[in-house]
Design a binder for this molecule. Structure first.
Ligand SMILES: CC(C)(COP(=O)(O)OP(=O)(O)OC[C@H]1O[C@@H](n2cnc3c(N)ncnc32)[C@H](O)[C@@H]1OP(=O)(O)O)[C@@H](O)C(=O)NCCC(=O)NCCS
Length: 155
């Protein structure tokens, strides 16, 4: 995990990874920490609750996302709510954070990651392409009329 954080740190300054706990408090995540081991069984066996991850540079939020187990199938994890703060965009943060999300999902025992994005979201489309995601379905959302891709990355 630290390798990904080091690469992002080179782009924006020293970053640290946190998770949001049930009281909306940020809890630092360290590789091989007790915290990490504590999260794993819950994440894998209990139908993982939504977990929000936040990358911080000191007090600045650089990026955040959520990872949620696919309801009913513990092979899949859904990556959603991906956001890079405007001040830190276009520097390659998301490209590396996407790799980090894959690492986290693998670490928690998932076999594949799933996400959706709208066709017009060029930076996200490029991120997925660069990280070897496969677009499995392209539909027009009948609620919004927007074209949406469903993409998968086997881990
Ligand atoms: C999508 C988002 C996460 C991208 O974050 P980012 O850190 O700026 O992305 P990166 O810097 O890693 O860029 C990834 C690729 O997109 C390109 N890119 C970034 N911003 C771009 C823009 N505005 N227009 C065109 N290309 C863009 C980069 O050049 C890079 O491609 P390259 O490696 O071929 O040069 C960020 O724009 C964001 O938070 N948007 C709002 C929320 C959102 O759309 N989330 C995704 C929901 S599915």
């Amino acid at each position: 995990m630290q390798g990904y954080l080091d690469r992002i740190s080179k782009l924006v300054g020293q970053v640290h990874l946190y998770r949001m706990d049930d009281n909306n408090q940020l809890v630092p995540l360290f590789e091989r920490s007790k915290d990490w081991d504590y999260m794993k069984p819950d994440f894998v066996t209990n139908g993982a609750p939504p977990r929000r991850y936040v990358l911080m540079r000191r007090t600045d939020e650089v990026s955040s996302w959520r990872m949620v187990e696919f309801p009913g199938c513990c092979a899949f994890c859904i990556s959603t709510g991906v956001y890079v703060n405007t001040a830190f965009r276009k520097r390659g943060v998301n490209r590396i954070a996407n790799e980090l999300r894959q690492w986290i999902a693998r670490e928690f025992g998932y076999t594949a990651l799933i996400c959706t994005d709208v066709e017009t979201n060029i930076p996200e489309r490029k991120t997925l392409q660069a990280n070897g995601w496969k677009d499995v379905l392209r539909v027009t959302n009948r609620r919004t009329q927007r074209v949406v891709n469903l993409s998968v990355k086997e881990l």
